[in-house]
Design a protein around this ligand. Structure first.
Ligand SMILES: O=C(O)c1ccccc1N[C@@H]1O[C@H](COP(=O)(O)O)[C@@H](O)[C@H]1O
Length: 206
């Protein structure tokens, strides 16, 4: 099971997720999020993870409708491995970044048409819950039936949205994604991870 742990703001949480075997760690650079982390703080956490982990996970920066120059500045400052574009970014913007993850919220079947436009441009397609007025970190489940249909994309699928240690197995069995992404479902409070929930998650046999 490949797992991304997102919304990290503390070094000890990131180190634990890395030690438990997370495939990727996510840092939210969207100022309106309660999980926002300043780029300087993220840089220090990423440096610690790379120095102290045997097998350092991919470090991913999450952006919402940010401009290309500001994303590049944060990439350079933090050393993130990839960007996750979690807003209304057009395919043209995604072409500016190699190895990107594009998050898509599927409200209905018609939104599947927008997924096709990213074929060949992105490295991973992330399906998140569709909640009007919120870009992510909602704690709501995505529509797994629509997520399954999005697997027709050429990009490997990462399933996200409201997952926690209790729901990951059902999500994995139902959608068979390439990876799962968890944030609020392994928190004590926004931005602070619950170590017991993280341990329970990685004990799940999927
Ligand atoms: O976590 C946030 O606050 C956030 C804000 C804006 C865009 C994305 C955000 N997080 C991403 O949302 C999904 C699902 O989160 P959850 O498991 O439902 O809490 C995940 O990919 C986070 O990276």
């Amino acid at each position: 099971m490949r797992i991304k742990i997102c919304g990290l703001t503390k070094e000890e949480d990131a180190l634990l997720a890395a030690d438990l075997g997370a495939w990727a760690l996510g840092f939210i650079f969207y100022p309106k999020s309660p999980r926002y982390v300043a780029p300087e703080a993220a840089a220090s956490i990423i440096e610690a993870v790379r120095r102290r982990s045997q097998n350092p996970p991919d470090c991913i920066g999450v952006f919402v409708n940010e401009n290309v120059d500001d994303i590049r500045k944060i990439q350079k400052l933090t050393g993130i491995d990839r960007v996750q574009l979690h807003g209304d970014e057009a395919p043209e913007l995604c072409t500016q970044f190699s190895g990107s993850i594009k998050a898509v919220r599927l409200f209905s079947e018609t939104d599947l048409e927008s997924v096709a436009a990213f074929d060949g441009i992105i490295d991973y397609l992330l399906i998140d819950a569709a909640v009007k007025g919120q870009y992510g970190g909602t704690g709501q489940l995505a529509n797994w039936e629509l997520a399954k249909k999005a697997k027709s994309s050429s990009a490997p699928l990462i399933l996200s949205g409201g997952l926690d240690p209790e729901t990951v197995k059902a999500a994995w069995d139902a959608v068979q994604p390439w990876a799962l992404d968890l944030s609020s479902g392994v928190e004590q409070e926004p931005g602070i991870k619950d170590h017991e929930k993280l341990r329970r998650l990685f004990r799940e046999e999927i």
